[in-house]
Design a protein around this ligand. Structure first.
Ligand code: BDR
Ligand code: CA
Length: 313
């Protein structure tokens, strides 16, 4: 099988890091054309640097990392150091990356790639705020119909919000960008908190990463250890949700997930519910479905896949 071509758009973040490692560990399935950094969990200079740290950890210093938008389309950047720490990748000691940042802007790379690759062959995988993707769509509307699919982490329905009572972080940070993406007509697969809160880093699952005895295994264990403390305190859960790896796991094994094809709209005006994903899960409107919105995941199957792939480094 020819590996599926993807662009990972990301704001690393420990869970973004695990997602990128999962993709880079799976070259027979996924061809990572580029990694585009966006401001989100931490500001852009850190997210692009973190993306390079992760590529080097994966032994892929030739991977292409691009820096994109430093701020949301219309709003001031909101970050999440309270979850991810000052660097975005707090936990283990971090090396300084040697591999260069690509000179091109991430948005130009996305536009160029979608124009040059055959139409319908490139999948976008956003793991952070949707600013880079929306900017590319606004600047080059001709690329929209050339996207194969967008598989993204963002939003929530049953779990409602994490950064506010109503909104999930990635959508909240740039709701105008999310609206552009959700209205674009590109086939969308959405991994909301409803799913990601089911893939928890329990003690035995983290131990399995430690036991690999490799550098990527150790880093994943230490990142999830760090990330865990916040969610354990907040939710009283057994471990941290591995949000962003759900996107890559879906590309590798879609049968792990269950969802519904529904209409999802983004709230962009209300102060109280800004960034809410208004998901018509029960089909109570006649609004046209625009997203495959996931609701369930086989968590053991997910961790079996993740552990197997990370152990290949
Ligand atoms: C999302 O927000 C970020 O903190 C995580 O990396 C993930 O993409 C979860 O709401
Ligand atoms: Ca993220």
């Amino acid at each position: 099988m020819v590996p599926r071509k993807i662009i990972i758009d990301t704001d690393p973040g420990q869970d973004d890091a695990v997602a990128i490692l999962l993709a880079l560990a799976s070259p027979a399935d996924l061809d990572v054309l580029g990694i585009t950094a966006v401001a989100g969990n931490v500001p852009l200079p850190l997210t692009e640097k973190n993306a390079r740290i992760i590529c080097e950890l994966a032994g892929k210093p030739d991977a292409k990392v691009f820096a994109g938008c430093a701020a949301p389309l219309k709003r001031k950047l909101v970050t999440a150091e309270h979850v991810h720490g000052k660097t975005g990748l707090d936990g283990p000691q971090l090396p300084t990356p040697d591999m260069p940042l690509q000179p091109e802007h991430a948005v130009d790379f996305i536009i160029q790639t979608l124009r040059t690759e055959p139409a319908g062959t490139v999948t976008l995988c956003p793991l952070g705020p949707l600013t880079n993707i929306a900017t590319a769509f606004q600047r080059a509307p001709d690329i929209i119909t050339r996207v194969q699919e967008i598989v993204l982490m963002g939003g929530a329905y049953f779990e409602v919000g994490n950064i506010t009572p109503a909104a999930e972080f990635n959508i909240y940070v740039d709701p105008e960008a999310a609206e552009i993406v959700f209205k674009s007509g590109v086939p969308l697969v959405v991994m909301p908190l409803d799913v990601t809160h089911k893939v928890l880093t329990t003690k035995p699952r983290v131990q399995a990463f430690h036991d690999m005895g490799t550098e990527p295994g150790r880093m994943v264990a230490e990142w999830t250890d760090f990330f865990e403390r916040f969610d354990k305190e907040k939710y009283g859960s057994e471990g941290a949700p591995l949000h962003d790896p759900c996107v890559i796991a879906y590309l590798l094994k879609p049968e792990l997930f269950k969802g519904r094809m529904i209409n999802v709209e983004i709230e962009t005006t209300s102060d109280l519910t800004l960034g809410m994903t208004v998901a018509d899960w029960w089909g109570v409107t006649d609004r046209a479905p625009n997203a495959l919105f996931m609701g369930d995941v086989d968590a053991d199957g997910f961790f079996a896949l993740l552990t197997d792939r990370i152990s290949r480094f």
